[in-house]
Design a protein around this ligand. Structure first.
Ligand code: MN
Length: 424
């Protein structure tokens, strides 16, 4: 089925600012509370949140096979479970309804009134009920930096890294939507020269600049999927800050990997940008050498050109851009991650979320964590208010933004923001 929603010549009758992340070519999906405190599934065009539950009740999706309550829910799981044909039909329909050349909804002021809200009047929720969450480690630059900082610059990559998309099973209960404050975690740490560990607030709180994709039902237990079909099961992407307490992580991670240094909180952006919307921004992923094993070998053009920016905003201060990276730097692609994930027969379900791992680029200003940007605190960053940061301070807000842009269209992900509160 054609993706007519992406037509770059389309204009909406809703006002969209030139630099908006949400032109009519985006049509992301999210969940929000209306000003009357009703929860609904919606989309966004410009600075307008659009209530898809209300649109459906008014008959605007009539000839698309959807259950009556498809959009009157507190998560996108049922919609995502319906699969790619439904996603395309709905996205194409929304694009049509809000096209400047279509008067159907445009000429119904009573309908517009109950369907369209100012985005500042709605409260964004978690878009999906996330069952399982997996975090990968897919950026070669990031893995090399971390290996150089903690082990040996000459043997920075572990011997398995170029053969396997490395990942671990994370914690989904503490994933929160953008705007939720983060409590600095308490934990057990051990200073390098201390004889004994101590328990207290983390001193090395960090962000990780990541993206995450959300899946529909992929496979039954015991079965696997091929690399060719993997993308069919990816609904869309969000920005993802995988908050990390480096001192807790450093003490606990051997031999089973990340645990409480990661599970205290993770932040996602609330609008899921569909893989369909990202099609015009396909690019080549980095050349893989050595070639991966056959089950992970993929056709070209398998990544996406998504500019990623990270900012630190001190209390009462301005935003400081601290990192400029890009999704395309990822060595292991989403399809490779998902194929690898199911290769042992592990079932991946609707609403599962897969983090990319920190996405660092080749240059110093493109590193996706404070650990790398300050080289474990040895080279602090100077902020515009004159203060320095080795890691993230209490009352700092970390903001991630991401967008794609070509000559014709720009679509983005909005904001993934979280403010750090002092430890309790
Ligand atoms: Mn991570």
């Amino acid at each position: 089925m054609q993706i007519t929603a992406n037509d770059p010549s389309r204009k909406s009758w809703l006002n969209v600012a030139k630099d908006s992340d949400f032109p009519i070519q985006n049509i992301p999906f999210g969940v929000f509370l209306t000003p009357e405190n009703i929860i609904t599934i919606g989309t966004r065009i410009g600075d307008y949140a659009i209530d898809l539950g209300a649109l459906h009740q008014l008959g605007y999706f009539k000839d698309i096979p959807l259950t009556d309550d498809m959009f009157l829910q507190d998560s996108l799981n049922d919609f995502i479970a319906d699969g790619r044909i439904t996603w395309r039909l709905v996205r194409n329909r929304i694009a049509n309804l809000f096209d400047i050349n279509n008067r159907t909804l445009q000429d119904q002021p009573e309908h517009r009134e109950v369907v369209i809200f100012d985005v500042n009047e709605v409260e964004m929720q978690l878009p999906v009920d996330i069952g399982d969450y997996t975090d990968f480690y897919a950026s070669k630059e990031h893995a090399t930096n971390v290996g150089s900082i903690f082990r040996d610059p000459k043997n920075a990559l572990m011997p398995n890294w170029l053969h396997i998309p490395i990942g671990y099973h994370g914690r989904s209960s503490s994933i929160v939507p953008s705007g939720t404050s983060i409590r600095r975690p308490m934990g057990q740490t051990k200073a390098p020269n201390a004889a004994q560990p101590t328990f207290g607030p983390s001193k090395l709180l960090d962000f990780e600049l990541e993206m995450a994709f959300i899946t529909t039902d992929v496979n039954h237990l015991g079965e696997s999927i091929s690399i060719e079909e993997a993308e069919d099961y990816i609904f869309g992407l969000v920005l993802f800050n995988d908050w990390s307490a480096r001192d807790i992580q450093g003490w606990e991670y051997v031999p089973l990997g990340p645990f409480l240094g990661k599970s205290f909180a993770s932040t996602i952006s609330p609008w899921i940008v569909t893989l369909d919307a990202l099609q015009p921004f396909r690019v080549e992923s980095p050349k893989q050498d050595p070639a991966p094993l056959p089950y992970l070998q993929q056709k070209p053009n398998n990544s996406f050109d998504i500019h990623l920016h990270a900012y630190i905003k001190p209390l009462n201060g301005e935003e400081n851009l601290v990192a400029k990276s890009n999704f395309k730097y990822m060595y292991w692609t989403m399809a490779q991650q998902l194929t690898h994930h199911t290769s042992n027969g592990c079932n991946v379900r609707t609403g599962d979320m897969m983090g990319s791992g920190t996405i660092s680029g080749p240059t110093k200003d493109s590193y996706g964590s404070m650990l790398e940007l300050t080289w474990k605190g040895t080279q602090p960053l100077k902020l515009s208010d004159g203060t320095e940061r080795k890691f993230i301070n209490d009352h700092d807000t970390v903001i991630l933004r991401g967008y794609c842009e070509n000559e014709k269209v720009r679509i983005g992900f909005g904001e993934c923001s979280g403010k750090v509160l002092p430890a309790r």
